[in-house]
Design a protein around this ligand. Structure first.
Ligand code: PGA
Length: 253
């Protein structure tokens, strides 16, 4: 049985004092949670502070990106080793906002993933189609290509450190959620691609999260789909009440 995982992508929100407050509130609201894994992904500036707050709890901390070089003259970039040194154990890779605004490609996603794995971080690899692509009926082609590109050369033993997030671009921050059926269909397809590429065992154990306007009101229905193993939450993770409610919906399933 795959466990549920609820991850919060804070994006470019929260100063350090706000981050400490939110992390503490989430910690208090989730003391009873035992089955569901929780991960908070604050901005780089708050990683160490948030990691300190949740140390000793079951809450994990993740970064939202990394650069694949170990170190060097790469002004403003952050390496996997630096992330690890803050106490974070996760990293989001290939979020659609990175692809859209910062030129990330399947090839750079792959390089980032390799670096995350080499440094012992667990990667949350994001894929998803735009509205134009969905309307042109090419969703499967798009997410299939993204996932094959991301996992190029990645071997079976690495998959214990890999999570996938399906995030339709048209559902991110728009209030438009994929229906549970629409999401389930793509999740099942991604699992099929994984079975074809890496084998049935890896496909069956891989956690595939859904992301895109997940809220307390729609979380339970999405999370009860067979191939949806959790959520990557943006807007609703910035408030401890709504993030906590989503976590409790997962726990109740
Ligand atoms: P949203 O963002 O929940 O605000 O739609 C999700 C994401 O971008 O990970």
């Amino acid at each position: 049985m795959r466990k549920k995982l609820i991850a919060g992508n804070w994006k470019m929100f929260k100063t350090n004092s706000e981050a400490l407050q939110l992390a503490n509130q989430v910690k208090i609201k989730t003391t009873e949670i035992s089955k569901t894994k929780i991960v908070m992904c604050p901005p780089f500036t708050a990683l160490a502070a948030v990691a300190d707050v949740v140390r000793g709890t079951k809450i994990g901390v993740g970064a939202q990106n990394l650069y694949w070089e170990k170190e060097g003259a790469f002004t403003a970039e952050i390496s996997a080793g630096m992330i690890k040194s803050t106490g974070a154990a996760y990293v989001i890779i290939g979020h659609s906002e990175r692809r859209q605004y910062f030129g990330e490609t399947d090839a750079t996603v792959n390089k980032r993933l390799i670096s995350a794995l080499e440094n012992g971080l667990t990667a949350i690899v994001c894929v998803g189609e735009t509205l134009n692509e969905r309307e042109a009926n090419v969703t499967r082609d798009v997410v299939g290509k993204q996932i094959r590109g991301a996992f190029n050369g990645i071997t079976a033993s690495d998959f214990s450190q890999i999570i996938v997030a399906y995030e339709p671009v048209w559902a991110i921050g728009t209030g438009k959620t994929a229906t549970p059926d629409q999401a389930q269909e793509v999740h099942a397809y991604l699992r099929q691609v994984m079975a074809d590429e890496k084998g049935r065992e890896i496909a069956e154990s891989l956690q595939i999260l859904y992301g895109g306007s997940v809220k307390p009101e729609n979380a339970s229905e999405l999370l009860s789909q067979k191939d949806i193993d959790g959520a990557l939450v943006g807007g609703a993770c910035l408030n401890a009440d709504s993030f906590g409610a989503i976590i409790h919906s997962a726990e109740a399933l």
